[in-house]
Design a binder for this molecule. Structure first.
Ligand code: CP3
Length: 342
């Protein structure tokens, strides 16, 4: 039994005393304790692949911030890695893939399904260790990138403002794109099933680059694959789908029946309630930059958000917390939510 089960009760649609709160990207980025560990290592990849350290940095925000959930420390890019595309994390720049996907031969060479996902034993060990050390204090969230967001990095080879290389593949070689997206989907489903088997209580799917596509393209190349993932995981644990910038596909996302729909900070919650109705459990969506404001302003914005959403709500930011966010601003946000009563 999980001691603080506020998140799970909210997901189940129960009436709760206050909304639960956690922050996307709470593990890493903001905590001095994280930076101390991180700077003692050879790099990000050493941290991600060392289960004892994964346990430590996953639990840090639970201890320091008192959030209502832990999210396992890892990265969405372990999936391309286990399929055969190695990545580097370049300091101050982000991910870089020395080899990218450009042709059908490149896709055919990739491993997929369980054969690929079984290579990620360091992730599963990290989950088991974390689950044990958390001692059922709060639920543990596992996650994966959506197929399109992973395809973005695998074809582009790095971050990008436009992701025009993977978009070019959608328009010039749609069959190739579908072949790649299918392989990523099968691998991610096998991976998420293992994550659940090793202790994840909830699964969140991050489609961080949904917003570079339009409605038609999103419906064609993204929705079917996310639906397949949700259908595979929903019988096991609840799912959260966070498609950043995909306001145009909210009805299609709701139609795949994830337990929770994550909302980015560009989309107003009044609009969300109009489109999704009062019973849909939603997560989000304060602009991460609000946490740069005065404590008074942060508290006012948090309370305004909760009132606007009106229940069936997991409070979160509308994207990951920024690395230079003042820690006391984060705490003001978490404490404002924890002090609220419906
Ligand atoms: O939420 C959490 O705290 C759990 C850990 C987590 C990380 N990455 C650790 C990380 C999660 C959920 C992710 C997801 C992720 N990774 C996404 C989707 C979410 C989003 O923010 O849109 C994406 C697009 C990535 C890819 C990625 N990983 C990028 C672009 C970068 C570089 C810049 C950055 O910090 O986002 C990473 C590196 C990374 N992943 C760091 C952390 C803590 C920072 C690296 C460091 O310590 O050097």
């Amino acid at each position: 039994m999980i001691k603080n089960d506020l998140l799970l009760r909210t997901i189940a649609g129960e009436k709760v005393e206050r909304p639960p709160v956690w922050l996307m990207r709470q593990a890493g980025r903001i905590l001095p304790q994280y930076r101390a560990i991180r700077s003692s290592l050879s790099g990000f990849i050493e941290l991600v692949t060392t289960p004892e350290l994964v346990r430590e940095v996953t639990i840090q925000p639970v201890d320091e911030l008192g959030v209502d959930a832990a999210i396992i420390f890892s990265d969405i890019l372990v999936i391309p890695e286990c399929m055969g595309l190695e990545y580097e994390m370049v300091e101050k720049k982000g991910p870089y893939f020395p080899a990218t996907i450009q042709s059908e031969a490149d896709i055919d060479k990739l491993d997929s399904g369980s054969a690929a996902a079984d290579k990620l034993s360091y992730v599963y060990q990290g989950l088991s260790l974390t689950k044990e050390a958390l001692d059922e204090r709060v639920p543990l969230i596992g996650f994966a990138g959506a197929p399109w967001t992973l395809m973005c990095y695998m074809v582009e080879g790095s971050g990008s403002k436009t992701f025009s290389k993977p978009k070019r593949m959608l328009y010039q070689e749609p069959e190739l794109a579908h072949k790649l997206l299918s392989k990523i989907t099968d691998t991610t489903i096998a991976y998420l099933k293992q994550k659940v088997a090793h202790g994840a209580d909830v699964i969140q799917i991050f489609d961080s680059w949904a917003g570079v596509l339009d409605e038609h393209t999103y419906k064609t190349f993204c929705i079917p694959y996310i639906r397949k993932m949700v259908e595979a995981i929903n019988p096991l644990v609840p799912t959260i789908v966070f498609s950043k910038g995909a306001w145009f596909s909210l009805p299609e996302i709701q139609a795949m029946s994830p337990n929770v729909i994550g909302v980015d900070w560009n989309t107003d919650m009044s609009y969300i309630r109009k489109v999704l109705g009062p019973d849909q459990v939603v997560q989000g969506n304060l602009d991460p930059c609000v946490l740069y404001a005065s404590h008074k302003e942060i508290e006012a914005q948090a309370i305004n958000l909760i009132n606007k959403v009106g229940g069936n709500h997991i409070v979160n930011l509308g994207h990951g917390v920024y690395p230079d966010t003042p820690l006391d601003g984060v705490k003001a946000f978490v404490n404002a939510v924890k002090g609220y009563r419906y």
